[in-house]
Write a protein that binds this ligand. Structure first.
Ligand SMILES: Cc1ncc(C[n+]2csc(CCOP(=O)(O)OP(=O)(O)O)c2C)c(N)n1
Ligand SMILES: [Mg+2]
Length: 326
């Protein structure tokens, strides 16, 4: 495990808060789903929190992230409010996409979280395009594409990485290898062990990162972002991680053994960071408890707000479909 070298205590405390907030919110959403309060399905992020939080901690306010069908953790790590996400997932007008997107299509441009894209691999060329835009305008901004191991087998992955490489686009490709694409294990999808090896085919750096260790992710993301800002071009980071939930809420996960899930849970990124904060940074148990309680209250308050919010009116149906004021 990497040492939390050099990071200010405030930064590490905030990383912990965001990881706990994601976990508490996702757990709460699951309970709501079982109560029938959440329409549609859920793709959950429990287990992967260290990836989003490690990456987003190094970004500047005007950088942008591009997310997937599993966006809740990405958005909270980027600083989006729980209220707007809760309302969006319940299809309410106060949702971050006006209640028209739902769980897979969160969007919060105010914090640099671009519309999430449920088409596997599709955000990779889009993030590349955003990065090329920053480069052409001479802006000091980077784009981050977050995607899964399954997305690394899509044509869009190869096209996006190649274009970004030849143009030295300021984009960071963060592959969250959670070992499965829906019910398919990566060992039956590809013959290589490390997706990071694919970076060599495009002449860019590729790194395997321990995705259960927020410090390892933070350090790797920092180096990749600094390289991109200096004009050094893209990096592919493969963060090895695990989702504790099924692929989506209807999935009991019967393609994995209980032992495998247990092995990964023993490396849970949240208790690990908690221990570091106590043992190496001298935080008191009471302080951590108060962070955890505050996250729980924030989640419960946001969900209550969302449940009591109105649905969008019928007049909203065609708004945001066509450009207005032309
Ligand atoms: C182009 C496309 N094909 C298939 C699907 C259906 N689908 C949704 S998520 C998913 C699995 C994606 O796996 P991965 O990229 O590893 O992401 P993870 O779900 O593990 O986060 C599939 C096949 C889709 N949304 N888009
Ligand atoms: Mg996956």
């Amino acid at each position: 495990m990497t040492e939390p070298n050099g990071l200010p205590l405030e930064t590490v405390r905030e990383m912990y808060r965001r990881m706990v907030l994601i976990r508490r919110f996702e757990d709460h959403l699951y309970a709501l789903f079982l109560q029938g309060v959440v329409p549609g399905t859920l793709h959950q992020y429990q287990g992967q929190e260290a990836v989003a939080v490690g990456v987003c901690t190094v970004l500047h306010p005007d950088d942008v992230i591009f997310s997937t069908h599993r966006p809740v953790g990405h958005f909270l790590a980027r600083g989006s409010q729980v209220r707007g996400i809760a309302a969006e997932i319940m299809g309410k007008a106060a949702g971050c996409a006006g209640g028209k997107g739902g769980q897979m299509h969160l969007t919060d441009v105010s914090v640099g979280a671009m519309p999430s894209n449920a088409i596997v691999g599709a955000n990779i060329p889009i993030a590349t395009g955003a990065a090329l835009g920053f480069q052409l305008r001479g802006q000091d901004r980077v784009a981050v594409s977050l995607f899964g191991d399954g997305a690394a087998n899509m044509g869009a992955f190869h096209e996006g990485l190649n274009l970004a490489a030849v143009k030295d686009a300021p984009v960071i490709f963060v592959c969250e290898n959670n070992q499965y694409s829906a019910s398919t294990a990566i060992s039956s999808m590809m013959r290589i062990t490390d997706i990071a090896d694919r970076a060599a085919a495009y002449g860019i750096p590729g790194r395997v990162v321990d995705g259960m260790d927020v410090f390892a992710v933070h350090q790797a993301a920092l180096e990749a972002v600094e390289r991109a800002r200096r004009g050094g071009g893209p990096t592919l980071l493969e963060c090895k991680t695990y989702r504790y939930s099924g692929h989506s809420r209807g999935d009991p996960g019967s393609y994995r053994t209980r032992e495998e899930v247990q092995r990964w849970r023993e490396r849970d990124p949240i208790p690990y960071l908690r221990t570091v904060l106590i043992k190496e940074r001298g935080l008191a148990e009471a302080e951590l408890k108060s962070i955890e309680l505050a996250c729980q209250s924030e989640v419960e308050e946001a969900v209550e707000f969302a449940r009591n919010s109105p649905e969008p009116g019928a007049e909203e149906t065609y708004r945001h479909v066509f450009a207005e004021g032309q």
